[in-house]
Design a protein around this ligand. Structure first.
Ligand SMILES: Nc1nc2c(ncn2[C@@H]2O[C@H](COP(=O)(O)OP(=O)(O)OP(=O)(O)O)[C@@H](O)[C@H]2O)c(=O)[nH]1
Ligand SMILES: [Mg+2]
Length: 228
């Protein structure tokens, strides 16, 4: 058993993955926490997998596409009491994982989500992404009555044991908001903490308009579906 599993989904992230893995390792140096790094890779055609293996991460191949799909596969393989997540693109501050995990334990949260928008510096996120994020927060609040400061954040630290209680349908980008909505609606202890978000290294996998609209469609459909 390890204290924390760090799960990272990748698709062609050779430009950043080495730095991200180094940052994760540095983050845990000098802490008493034991950890594993699971990289869930979908058909990368660049050196992502080779770099991850060189750096000692455990690589799980997942040929089915999708951000949510990758996390489901990674979570099923995780052995940690806690799970931490982040993108492979250098945007999320891996060095803050131990601090967030400590906060979770001290304040007895089940799920802590990193909030990118409170501290956001103008260059770190394009204007249309920022507006899209606000619109998605508003939609989640109007349709589901859940007020989130950053519904699309992909940096979370949570207790692995809560996964059994959640119904997670999305295999794509809406997985992020679905996960948070499920946690809140199931009455689990949820909070958001501000984190420092950085500009992406490498090419984006997101198709802003299509993914943004896909997220809104997901929220509408979920509102119309009777809950289990
Ligand atoms: N395994 C796997 N990973 C994926 C897939 N699609 C995206 N990812 C990874 O999921 C993370 C999030 O994707 P991003 O392209 O960064 O999406 P985003 O953060 O919404 O968009 P940016 O603001 O441009 O970074 C990255 O680490 C991607 O490499 C996929 O189909 N499979
Ligand atoms: Mg990203």
């Amino acid at each position: 058993m390890v204290d924390i599993s760090v799960v990272i989904p990748t698709r062609n992230e050779e430009a950043s993955i080495g730095r991200v893995l180094d940052e994760v390792r540095e983050a845990f140096e000098g802490t008493p926490m034991t950890y594993e790094i699971l990289l869930v890779d979908t058909l990368s055609e660049d050196r992502t997998v080779a770099i991850a293996q060189e750096k000692g991460a455990h690589v799980i191949p997942e040929d089915r596409r999708g951000y949510g799909r990758a996390y489901k596969t990674g979570f099923a393989a995780a052995k940690g009491d806690l799970i931490a997540t982040l993108d492979a693109d250098w945007t999320y501050p891996a060095r803050e994982i131990p601090r967030i995990a400590a906060l979770l334990e001290e304040e007895a949260w089940d799920f802590v989500s990193g909030d990118r928008l409170t501290y956001l510096e103008p260059h770190a996120m394009e204007v249309h992404h920022r507006l899209g994020n606000k619109l998605l927060n508003l939609t989640a609040s109007l349709l589901h009555g859940v007020r989130l400061r950053d519904s699309q954040s992909g940096m979370w630290v949570f207790r692995r044991g809560i996964l059994d209680r959640l119904t997670l349908e999305s295999e794509g980008m809406p997985f992020s908001e679905e996960l948070k909505l499920e946690v809140v609606e199931k009455g689990l202890r949820f909070t958001e903490v501000p984190i420092h978000y950085r500009p992406r290294i490498g090419e984006a996998k997101i198709r802003s308009l299509a993914d943004g609209w896909g997220n809104i469609r997901f929220l509408i459909k979920r509102r119309l579906t009777p809950s289990a």
